[in-house]
Ligand binder design. Structure first.
Ligand SMILES: C[C@@H]1O/C(=N\OC(=O)Nc2ccccc2)[C@@H](O)[C@H](O)[C@@H]1O
Length: 474
């Protein structure tokens, strides 16, 4: 039955007769990928056009901010509860201090809009189990804090009003829930975990009912054996959520298959709607993403998601973050920059600065980013090519200006250059110089640049009469 099912699946997916070879190659999986290839529906097409996102990690961990009784925690601030110097009872009682008197969701949404973010991911509940919404399935929520009120609702409304889509981060790990288990060792563990799975399903249902405009879930905390060894539940849960909220977008972190494989099933097929493993790292080349939709999430310091008073190590500049965004779009992926608001609801200066600087760059150059994807051109040292999906427009984003002042452009075979313009003035000097078959130098104006800049190439399929530049040359 299973083999027949997988065979049918492959035939449906590929739509044409498979050689016996490929069906024989794949393990019969009941809880592996149910779709081969990217989603093509309107919700996923919209997700794919929104290349820049904002991640927000906010919760009780913002209160200690990586420090406790004069000592500094060297780990990620949102993990401070796991630090041996932090008595867990004291952490768990921090909810009695949660009172973000300067929380202004409209201002958060405005600054995200000014940055050019098209979607936002908010931690509804991180591993510590504290819920930023008044869940009726847990006592450990904002309702029990001095703030009392729902944090998530006003945030979703404010961001949606700015035209920014909202995704809900949800940690399966829940250190506050007595029924949470990392591993099932005894029948009592199994019974507890059974109750825990009902709790998870109830909270996710509650979130979709309370916030029906959200576009998806960003799952996390799914690496423990208890979850990994229950691929059937993660599969059923995903299908349940899709039925409850058609079009929901869920990344590859939720699922495990029946053999405990995560992100990619035991036939190396991506589970979920996009690859969600690119955390604080990005793919180098197209081959690294196997044609899948994917998303990279990035911290500004090396590894702090929640507010940490003392950032140490390398703090990424706006230009570094812009180059990562450009690289992501050039490889057909989304790029999400993380921010960790303080416990009072304000953002630290360095984060406000980056939102403003990236926003300034996006005001001029966002046409190269929004709806951008892999152009399929040979990578050049000076930077990245981004194709505007479904068009012949290819953007060059220059991050490394060659001392020669010449940008080498090698077009794919049968492609010629129809027009070259820059998004800012005084970038290009003269017309492109043909230096070989489908190869040009674009000469730069010797104006010094302090940020990546963009050149738009209009290409066309080779035909009888050469491109305007060749005509000009002869
Ligand atoms: C976004 C981050 O996600 C996490 N953990 O990340 C991962 O588990 N990363 C991961 C796991 C498997 C493959 C690739 C990355 C959390 O622990 C952390 O506090 C933060 O919320």
């Amino acid at each position: 039955r299973v083999i027949a099912a997988s065979a049918l699946l492959l035939l449906q997916q590929y739509g044409h007769a498979q050689t016996n070879q490929s069906i024989k190659d794949t393990l019969p999986l009941e809880h592996g990928a149910h779709r081969i290839g990217n989603r093509t529906d309107a919700d996923m097409t919209r997700w794919r056009s929104q290349r820049l996102g904002q991640f927000i990690h906010w919760g009780l961990y913002a209160i200690p901010g990586g420090e406790w009784k004069g000592k500094t925690y060297n780990g990620a601030a949102e993990w401070i509860r796991s630090w041996k110097e932090m008595p867990q009872q004291e952490y768990d009682n921090l909810y009695k201090q949660f009172n973000p008197v300067n929380y202004r969701p409209e201002e958060w949404a405005q600054q995200a809009s000014d940055m050019g973010a098209k979607y936002m991911i908010i931690t509804t509940k991180h591993h510590d189990g504290f819920c930023l919404w008044p869940s009726k399935y847990s006592k450990y929520t904002v309702a029990a804090s001095p703030w009392k009120k729902d944090i998530i609702g006003p945030m979703v409304d404010a961001y949606n009003k700015k035209g920014i889509d909202v995704y809900l981060y949800f940690s399966i790990i829940d250190w506050n829930q007595p029924d949470w288990r990392a591993a099932l060792k005894t029948p009592a563990d199994a019974a507890a975990y059974q109750r825990f799975k009902v709790f998870v399903k109830n909270q996710l249902t509650e979130l979709l009912q309370r916030y029906p405009t959200v576009k998806g879930f960003w799952f996390d905390g799914t690496w423990d054996d208890s979850w990994k060894n229950d691929g059937a539940f993660s599969d059923e849960l995903e299908q349940y959520l899709q039925r409850l909220h058609p079009g929901l977008i869920i990344g590859s972190r939720l699922r495990a298959d029946e053999k405990g494989a995560r992100h990619f099933d035991s036939n190396s097929r991506l589970m979920g709607d996009y690859e969600q493993g690119w955390e604080r790292k990005l793919p180098e080349k197209s081959a690294d993403v196997h044609g899948n939709d994917w998303e990279g999430v990035m911290t500004i310091p090396e590894n702090q998601w929640g507010y940490n008073a003392k950032w140490t190590g390398h703090i990424k500049s706006s230009n570094e973050l812009i180059e990562m965004l450009v690289k992501s779009a050039s490889l057909g992926g989304n790029f999400v920059i993380n921010f960790g608001p303080k416990s009072d609801g304000t953002f630290r200066t360095e984060e406000v600065q980056r939102m403003q600087e990236i926003g300034h760059w996006m005001k001029i150059n966002s046409s190269a980013i929004d709806g951008g994807t892999d152009a399929g051109f040979a990578k050049q040292d000076w930077g990245y090519y981004i194709r505007k999906s479904g068009t012949d427009s290819v953007y060059m984003v220059v991050c490394n200006v060659p001392v020669s002042g010449n940008l080498r452009v090698k077009l794919p075979a049968q492609t010629t250059l129809a027009n070259v313009t820059s998004l800012e003035k005084n970038i290009i000097s003269g017309t492109p110089e043909l230096i070989g078959k489908n190869e040009y130098f674009i000469h730069l104006d010797h104006k010094s640049q302090d940020a990546p800049f963009v050149i738009l190439l209009q290409t066309s399929k080779e035909n009888r009469d050469n491109s305007s530049f060749e005509k000009a040359k002869t």
